[in-house]
Design a protein around this ligand. Structure first.
Ligand code: ZN
Length: 304
């Protein structure tokens, strides 16, 4: 295999997915490592990249798609750090600096959801779009994407999982589990929230369980907020909870109901099957997005 190769890390709270290659059709090595301490996990990650370099040549750049919160301000003294995470031992971890000093190559860094959005833009469900949202619903809920061709950053980075949605306590007495907000979207609709409410994991709830209607309602309320706020050309929605494939049609139905024909775009009026879609890259969106981040640091042809 010829051509530049890139290192990619999808840094998650439970695992690090690492890959070497240049895209979905050119994966030269990959490994999944458990997230333990920063020192041990980064040591294993570096060892994986070093071994890949021995067999396939040097990495041109590295991309990191990270859990957060993270510091994305280039002029900040803690740029490239995982900052205030509640994940034990990981607060104030200089993940970019560790890789840059080890390999001496550019390191692209962004949220796991922005990276996944970039992967879907480059190879998946969001090609040719300049404004779209990628939302993941799993252990947590997060969102990112592109606005006018640029990755969403702003003040810090979007925290779409922590938006507030109407919570009718007469219909749903569950208080929510977000340690910061209680019944924000993540507190009500993440996988752990479903488990806490129904006392069994989401993937064990049968399709006819009323919990899915409620889940679809909360996610639809959030999507309507996203549609009305950002005017995305498409919404890509993935994550472990979304792997229950009856959920997406329920969400589309409720979005249709909640929008009530207000936004006069064909995509929203009668095209929701193609407007709210699963990621084409599936569970690989994050790590492939990290490849795209790495490529972006080495070229100027991708959105910044
Ligand atoms: Zn919250």
């Amino acid at each position: 295999m010829t051509g530049a190769q890139y290192g990619a890390i999808e840094a998650g709270g439970t695992k690090f997915a690492c890959m070497v290659g240049s895209g979905p059709g050119d994966v030269r090595a990959h490994v999944t490592l458990p997230t333990t301490t920063p020192e041990a996990t980064l040591r294993q990650t570096i060892a994986f990249f070093r071994e890949a370099e021995r067999t396939a040549g040097p990495l041109a750049a590295i991309g990191v798609a990270s859990f957060g919160p993270i510091d994305l301000q280039p002029d900040s003294p803690t740029f490239g750090f995982i900052t205030s995470t509640p994940k034990a031992g990981w607060a104030n971890t200089d993940i970019v600096g560790a890789l840059r000093s080890e390999f001496g190559v550019p390191v692209g860094f962004d949220t796991d959801v922005n990276a996944a959005a970039l992967g879907e833009w480059q190879w998946g469900a969001a090609r040719d779009l300049d404004t779209f949202v990628y939302l993941t619903v799993g252990t947590g809920i997060g969102g990112g994407g592109l606005i006018n061709g640029r990755l969403m950053h702003g003040l810090v980075h979007p925290e779409m999982g922590h938006v507030r949605v109407p919570h009718d306590l007469t219909q749903d007495a569950f208080a929510g589990i977000c340690p910061f907000h209680g019944d924000c979207l993540e507190g009500l609709a993440s996988g752990p929230a479903m488990q806490a409410r129904w006392l069994q994991p989401a993937d064990q709830l049968p399709a006819e369980h009323p919990g899915w209607i409620l889940e679809a309602r909360y996610l639809a309320l959030a999507l309507v907020n996203v549609i009305c706020t950002l005017s995305p050309q498409r919404i890509v929605i993935g994550g472990g909870v979304m792997s229950n494939d009856w959920l997406l049609p329920l969400i589309r139905h409720q979005v249709q109901d909640l929008m009530n024909n207000y936004v006069r775009a064909a995509e929203v009026l009668h095209g929701l099957d193609a407007y709210i879609v699963p990621p084409w890259l599936g569970g690989k969106a994050g790590v492939l997005g990290a490849i795209a981040l790495a490529q972006r640091t080495a070229t100027t042809s991708s959105p910044s």
